[in-house]
Design a protein around this ligand. Structure first.
Ligand SMILES: *Cc1c(COP(=O)(O)O)cnc(C)c1O
Length: 476
């Protein structure tokens, strides 16, 4: 262990021109805090070191660590990543990237004042809920609509408003958990509705619901089991049948659709997911879905359905706590307007990515492979770059069993450096996330957005350079 007594005092360090400069560019307390951490770094290193570094060397070392720490902190925590996973709606990667109209709207409403809760016609207070209601009605065929923070909030609100203190009947086959700990039974509990489970895991009949109805029943609930599928000996009651029962017994039917799809993607092989329009047309009283799944917009929860229920929910106390923010509303309206444009499949990124043809993806994979081979193949660390068919996924709790045919690259590295290179690329800014197949890096081109290909090549090059450098230093 080297001695610590040559470490300069804090006062001395803070008087150096470099740290003075940092103190004018950044908040002073922030710089002092980071400087303490940098000194700690050096102290830790000295404990493991031999020899006796002089004061000047220590000063330089501390400054270097201070600059690193400050630039790291200044970059923020939420950062851009390049998605090479082929999962289009990746919940961990922020779900839907937004389209141009949504982004423009976001900038304008964020930068300026707006009529969020102001009725320009009457010159008086208005409602934030009126802005996208007409658009949603038009796109879904519903009588009325309400937007809240996310779909979890939408489900909670429906259950609370319609069944708090009463019973809500659900099939055991639909007591699902969605990623991020959204569990239907737990949401029920939160809402104050009493969960009445009917049927079994694999089979539920309409008679099970009929038998469970009492005078204390508040609603019939069904959830689209979007992230898993029971196959084999199974039976669920269709939404149509449930709606019929609800009508006969005068009970509202709430359907949690999850990934609300507005455009018909049947032609692209995405057939089994019901559209919001179809659910509304089936007569469900309330249909809830997310704004940032197959709709392709920002985080939001949309409730579409019967006017009387929607109006009652607009006035509910809980709505105030779950209300949608102006920026999300701006992005949602911008996205919904794209559906009126006649070419939503081109203008909404999620839909564009999902409907990209295999031929186009193969061409893009070839192009990227060419770029990597030209730039990097000569290097010592890449053994092979192959263009290969891949299974892409919709993700976001939708189409669980759907793999969509895609194309990508498989990169084989020499010297067992796959993990090290992947880690380096993850930690860059933007970061890069890809999959692994056997001992190779698997990059799907479907989820690479405009310009990402060049970025991937640059990132791969710097990661390999850094890795090569590190190995030289450690004498490998
Ligand atoms: C995704 C999903 C949810 C949760 O929606 P968020 O918008 O993430 O809150 C709820 N129910 C179903 C069926 C879902 O697929």
């Amino acid at each position: 262990m080297a001695s610590l007594r040559n470490i300069p005092a804090m006062d001395e360090l803070l008087e150096m021109p470099e740290t003075r400069d940092l103190q004018t560019k950044y908040n002073r307390e922030f710089v002092v805090g980071q400087l303490r951490l940098a000194v700690d770094d050096i102290r830790q290193e000295l404990k493991l070191a031999k020899g006796e570094p002089g004061k000047a060397a220590l000063r330089t070392g501390i400054l270097a660590r201070l600059r690193d720490r400050i630039s790291q902190a200044d970059r923020g925590s939420l950062q851009r990543v390049v998605n090479g996973t082929g999962v289009v709606l990746h919940t961990n990667l922020g779900r839907a990237p937004l389209g141009e109209r949504a982004l423009e709207n976001l900038m304008i409403m964020g930068r300026n004042y707006n009529n969020l809760e102001f009725d320009l016609e009457k010159g008086q207070r208005g409602s934030r809920y009126q802005h996208v209601e007409e658009l949603i009605k038009q796109l879904t065929g519903a009588e009325a609509a309400l937007v809240v923070n996310n779909n979890a909030a939408a489900v909670l609100l429906c259950l609370t408003a319609l069944a708090c203190g009463r019973e809500a009947i659900v099939s055991r086959g639909q007591l699902i958990e969605i990623g991020g700990a959204f569990r239907i039974p737990d949401v029920m509990k939160q809402s104050g509705a009493q969960l009445i489970e009917v049927g079994t895991t694999n089979k539920t009949y309409i008679s099970d619901y009929v038998q469970a109805i009492t005078e204390n029943t508040g609603l019939l609930f069904s959830a689209h089991t979007s992230n898993y599928k029971i196959v084999g000996f199974c039976q669920e009651v269709g939404l149509d049948e449930l709606v019929e029962l609800g009508k006969a017994k005068n009970l509202p039917v709430v359907h949690d659709l999850g990934s609300g799809i507005l455009a018909d993607l049947g032609q692209w092989g995405l057939k089994d997911e019901p559209t919001v329009k179809a659910c509304v047309a089936s007569g469900a009283d309330l249909v809830t879905f997310s704004g940032d799944k197959l709709l392709g917009g920002p985080q939001a929860g949309i409730i579409a359905g019967k006017r009387a229920y929607i109006e009652a929910m607009k006035k509910h106390q809980l709505t105030r706590a779950l209300r949608v923010d102006k920026l999300n509303l701006a992005a949602l309206e911008g996205t919904l307007l794209e559906y009126l444009s006649g070419e939503p499949l081109k203008r909404i990124p999620v839909l564009r990515l999902l409907t990209a043809s295999v031929a186009e993806l193969r061409d893009r994979a070839e192009l990227l492979a060419g770029m990597i081979r030209a730039e990097l193949h000569a290097g010592e660390y890449i053994e092979e770059v192959d263009v290969v068919p891949v299974d892409d996924m919709v993700g976001g709790g939708a189409y669980p069993t759907y793999k969509i045919d895609g194309y990508g690259l498989e990169i084989a590295f020499a010297g067992g450096i796959l993990e090290a290179v992947s880690r380096r690329m993850r930690l860059m800014n933007p970061g890069f996330i890809a999959r692994k197949r056997e001992d190779k890096m698997l990059i799907s081109v479907r989820t690479l957005l405009n310009g990402d290909e060049e970025l991937v090549v640059t990132m791969l090059r710097s990661a390999l350079e850094a890795e090569s450098e590190a190995r030289k230093e450690s004498g490998d």
